[in-house]
Write a new protein. Structure first.
Length: 410
């Protein structure tokens, strides 16, 4: 149980921490991408302004005198293009050229493809009349830009993975340290329950023996005291059953697996059906079964018998006269399934999750003298889980309930 709690705590911690790291990494990437994009744009604007300063408008014609060496532009994966006011290409330098049409209204253009390119368009203003005489467009390959982002992604991803690994190791140590006091307290509580239940056996047995002995000679105690001794004997039986149930719950998970043996589940169920048929007939309940061939599993036969005893007793108790209690078995792959289905009072949907809680009853008016302690289903679930299985329940008020036991086959 505590192992599952530790795993859940560790998983929750890692999920929250991974989410925070993911948000942080995304924020870093967005901020870095914007900063790098702005740097690239500023650099292209500076180049474009320098190229625009070298263009002159003479005799209704735009002439270009570039101070940029074509080889330098090629090395830096850049290009320059000069256009007149009509958007006609006049001159060009470099190889990384944007093929998109000139859009004077759009300062920055990006061309996707095998080689992504970013371009900045700068207007050329005449020095004489301060009028628009043309445009210069500066292009830059984004290969280096994307390589930088890829390195950033790898760095952030690797950092997140390493951080999660180290956090996982630290989380294991922290959850173990945090859960240790709780585990110790729980073990002490279980030990106290087991010790108290064990110590109560002797005084309860003494009370029971004396009450039974007094009831053997009713003439000596008087008719008025017979009812009192019967009440004492009944209460003692209830207390004895309760202490036995508590002791079993406290020791259920202490059964060593190495002492388990191969158990014939079909044989256990068949014996229980024969045992409870007289009780079912006395209550006019039809107790039927559909048992598969020999179903075997590794486990403790005494505990498994107790598990199905509790389920059958529960079904018979809550099923009225003329009702039906049916037991079915089935094997699916490596799992054994046993259904204990009844046509009893059923369980309200809001109470389904409480069925296996200790001391909870579907009929809240039921008292201890009725024969139950409210621990039967809790014990059955504990035994099933101790054997690597689980009990689930489906129910409908006024229709009945079906308890399904899943156990691993041998």
């Amino acid at each position: 149980m505590f192992q599952k709690i530790r795993y859940r705590l560790l998983l929750s911690y890692l999920v929250v921490f991974a989410s925070l790291l993911g948000i942080f990494a995304l924020a870093v990437r967005v901020a870095f991408t914007r900063s790098l994009t702005q740097q690239t744009t500023d650099k292209l604007i500076a180049i474009g302004q320098g190229a625009a300063a070298n263009a002159e408008f003479e005799k209704d014609h735009l002439t270009v005198e570039s101070d940029f060496r074509p080889q330098d532009l090629i090395t830096r994966h850049q290009a320059l293009q000069w256009f007149d006011t009509q958007g006609n290409l006049i001159a060009q330098q470099g190889q990384t050229v944007l093929t998109l049409p000139l859009l004077p209204s759009k300062m920055v253009q990006v061309q996707s493809g095998k080689v992504p390119i970013q371009a900045v368009t700068i207007p050329i203003i005449g020095s004489d009349n301060s009028q628009l005489v043309g445009y210069v467009r500066v292009s830059q390959s984004l290969e280096e830009f994307e390589e930088t982002l890829e390195k950033l992604d790898w760095g952030l991803g690797g950092g997140i993975i390493m951080t999660l690994i180290l956090s996982g190791v630290g989380g294991i140590l922290l959850t173990r340290q945090a859960m240790q006091p709780i585990e110790e307290s729980f073990q002490k509580l279980k030990q106290f329950t087991a010790d108290a239940s064990h110590e109560l056996r002797s005084p309860l047995m003494a009370i029971k023996i004396n009450a039974d002995f007094a009831l053997l000679y009713p003439e000596e105690i008087g008719p008025k005291d017979v009812d009192k001794f019967q009440a004492i004997a009944s209460a003692t039986n209830q207390m004895t059953r309760l202490t036995e149930d508590l002791l079993l719950l406290a020791r259920t998970d202490k059964v060593p697996n190495r002492d388990w043996e191969t158990v014939n589940l079909t044989s256990i169920l068949d014996n229980l059906i024969q045992l409870y048929k007289p009780q079912a007939q006395a209550k006019q309940i039809n107790l039927t079964s559909q048992l598969s061939g020999n179903l075997h599993l590794m486990g403790d036969s005494v505990q498994l018998t107790r598990l199905f005893t509790n389920l059958i007793e529960n079904a018979l108790y809550y099923t009225p006269s003329s009702g039906v209690v049916e037991i079915k078995t089935n094997r699916v792959g490596s799992q054994l399934y046993v259904n204990v289905q009844d046509t009893g009072v059923g369980i309200a949907p809001e109470h389904i999750d409480k069925v296996f809680e200790r001391f909870w009853r579907a009929d809240q008016s039921r008292s201890y003298w009725g024969g139950g302690s409210g621990l039967g289903l809790a014990i059955a679930q504990a035994i099933a889980q101790n054997h690597g299985g689980l009990i689930t329940v489906t129910s409908q008020l006024g229709v009945g309930s079906c308890f399904t036991v899943r156990l691993p086959a041998s």
